[in-house]
Design a protein around this ligand. Structure first.
Ligand code: MLT
Length: 347
């Protein structure tokens, strides 16, 4: 009797174990098929990328970023979305680039000069009076020379997607009209934090003061510095006219902008999404450059009404002659003599 009961209990136990095992195997199958469909879902999921820049929402960087975001969303059929953070919300230019390296920022747009600490060869483009006009600059930046310099970013954990534009830089100050180099002698000029700018403003007899963009308006307002230099569109959209009386169209440097993505972010995306970003960044360059062209035409009409005195024809040849030593210096220091020659000879 006891034996019979034991046998029955054992049989029940075996049946119970079998049921549990089948159920567990079933769950396992279910789990693996769920994770497969999760993978599929992930590929279809929208990836949101954070884009930062230091200018305000009326700047061409911002308008370009909006167009870029629109194109990316369209080309990726909604799989990629870009969230834009203007006005240095994600940090100043150096902090943005460091964020790209760490992967805490996905995409950033900076004036190329602001990231020469990461890619020194970018300084070549900041040689004063290097580019004859905007078309010359586009030919160089959108061609093999531009591509070669963009590749330098990779060693720093950043992928350079495309060159956009900041524009030809012009001098403003609160002291006097500037027509010839003698007029700037002794002025304290805020410059970007890159050696080449410091060097050529010294050659012009000024006292160059390197400073991050985020501090410039206050420094001009408090007269810590007498002047600064930036493209017309920046002087207009960032309201530099409120704190500077004189604008001189020196056009001393053509400033490109660079659209960059964190290498970590980039490598985490499928190759078709990488292509979407590269194509959209390159295509948006034309939009952003045209936007600047129109904006500067408007700004030049508006700035005198806003109180600025504009010198339309400063003696550019005299300024150019005064800064020539910087060519030799940069050519030797960065080993870019050939590149400079090639740029000058690009027709
Ligand atoms: C600067 O002067 O620091 C830059 O030109 C500002 C900018 O990023 O446009």
């Amino acid at each position: 009797m006891v034996k019979k009961t034991l046998r029955k209990g054992l049989a029940l136990l075996i049946i119970f174990t079998l049921i549990i095992s089948v159920a567990l195997v079933g769950c396992g199958t279910e789990k693996s098929s769920t994770s497969k469909s999760e993978n599929v879902k992930q590929e279809e999921k929208t990836v949101v990328l954070k884009l930062g820049h230091v200018l305000n929402e009326s700047s061409p960087f911002h308008k370009g970023a909006e167009e870029f975001a629109r194109k990316v969303e369209e080309k990726s059929k909604g799989r990629l979305k870009i969230e834009i953070f203007p006005s240095a919300q994600l940090g100043n230019d150096r902090e943005l680039a460091e964020g790209l390296q760490l992967g805490t920022v996905d995409i950033s747009i900076s004036g190329s000069a602001a990231v020469t600490g990461f890619v020194p060869r970018l300084q070549v483009f900041d040689l004063p009076f290097l580019f004859r006009d905007a078309e010359h600059a586009y030919k160089v930046l959108d061609g093999p020379i531009g591509d070669e310099v963009l590749k330098d970013f990779e060693a720093k954990g950043i992928v350079g997607l495309a060159f956009w534009e900041n524009g030809f830089r012009h001098l403003t100050n609160s002291k006097r009209p500037v027509k010839i180099p003698e007029d700037v002698k002794g002025m304290k000029i805020r410059v970007m934090e890159i050696p080449i700018h410091v060097q050529f403003w010294k050659l012009l007899g000024t006292d160059p003061t390197p400073m991050a963009w985020t501090e410039v308006y206050t420094a001009l307002q408090q007269h810590t510095v007498d002047g600064q230099e930036n493209p017309i569109q920046t002087i207009y959209t960032q309201k530099i006219y409120e704190v500077q009386k004189y604008l001189s169209l020196t056009g001393h440097v053509y400033a490109p902008a660079v659209v960059m993505i964190s290498k970590k972010t980039y490598e985490g995306l499928s190759s078709d999404l990488q292509k979407v970003l590269t194509e959209a960044a390159k295509e948006t360059a034309t939009y952003e450059r045209n936007y600047i062209k129109d904006l500067e035409t408007k700004a030049l009409k508006e700035l005198p009404k806003l109180g600025m005195e504009v010198e339309m024809n400063p003696d550019k040849e005299a300024f150019k002659a005064a800064v020539q030593p910087v060519y030799k210096d940069i050519g030797e220091k960065l080993k870019v003599k050939d590149m400079i020659e090639k740029i000058i000879n690009t027709k």
